[in-house]
Write a protein of this length. Structure first.
Length: 256
């Protein structure tokens, strides 16, 4: 497969959670480059699943993350960086292990934390551009970049759960008077990151309630209810319809 420019657009037009779902559905293998001003973040996908990430932000570097999380000291970081500069052939992670700063198990856990942190940060980007390029799996991941396998539904729902701007959720969720219906798609509650609260919302759905009515009657705060509805919508578990369209669909089903 030759390299092929698949998608290029603005995140204002297609929010990151929906873009992530589109790549998943298409089963794409390649690199997503997201840009906002001088910030660049790359997410590597294999068969539609995010498996690695990179960022040009200083705070997203592994060493900075380790210091911020109290896993190593600043002095240990500087010592490891000096060793990398000697070009002994060992990468940063290998040096941390050789010097006894981290165990292999701890290094794996922190690299995974770095991966998902970069990934989750993109869920809150309300603007910026993205480019997705397909690429052969054999040449996809740089040699020094670890790859991970994480549950897609868990990642998407957790990323949405972490969004702090309620106005952004309001915009992407759509009109409050639209009717919410379940589809034939089902995802076990344990595969999402809402600690079972998504089941509370699904149990509220009768095919007639609007987004606002579900928010008003759910035994959850409105912000979390909206996030759950948006996550379920992205995953295809529910769909929203304009009131007139919902009535027409109900008439088709009942024959009246």
């Amino acid at each position: 497969m030759a390299e092929d420019l698949a998608w290029m657009d603005r995140l204002e037009e297609k929010p990151f959670p929906e873009l992530l779902m589109e790549i998943k559905k298409a089963g794409k293998t390649g690199i997503l480059l997201a840009k906002k001003e001088t910030v660049e973040k790359r997410i590597f996908f294999q068969n539609g699943e995010p498996i690695a990430s990179r960022s040009n932000l200083q705070r997203d570097l592994l060493g900075e993350i380790l210091c911020a999380r109290g896993k190593i000291t600043k002095a240990q970081l500087n010592e490891a960086v000096l060793e990398v500069q000697k070009k002994t052939g060992d990468n940063f992670g290998q040096i941390l292990i050789k010097k006894g700063f981290l165990t292999p198990k701890d290094l794996y856990a922190e690299c995974k934390y770095q991966f998902v942190s970069i990934l989750f940060s993109l869920f809150s980007w309300e603007n910026g551009s993205y480019t997705f390029k397909e690429q052969e799996a054999s040449t996809l991941i740089p040699k020094d970049l670890p790859k991970f396998h994480v549950g897609f539904s868990k990642v998407l729902s957790e990323g949405i759960r972490l969004i702090k701007n309620d106005d952004f959720i309001d915009r992407v969720l759509g009109d409050a008077d639209w009717v919410v219906r379940t589809t034939s798609v089902t995802i076990p509650s344990g595969e999402l990151s809402f600690r079972g609260e998504d089941k509370t919302i699904i149990d509220e759905l009768d095919g007639k309630k609007t987004v606002q009515e579900i928010i008003d009657t759910a035994d959850l705060d409105s912000s979390m209810t909206k996030k759950i509805l948006y996550a379920l919508s992205c995953l295809g578990v529910v769909e929203t319809q304009a009131p007139a369209a919902a009535l027409e669909k109900e008439a088709d089903i009942t024959g009246y």
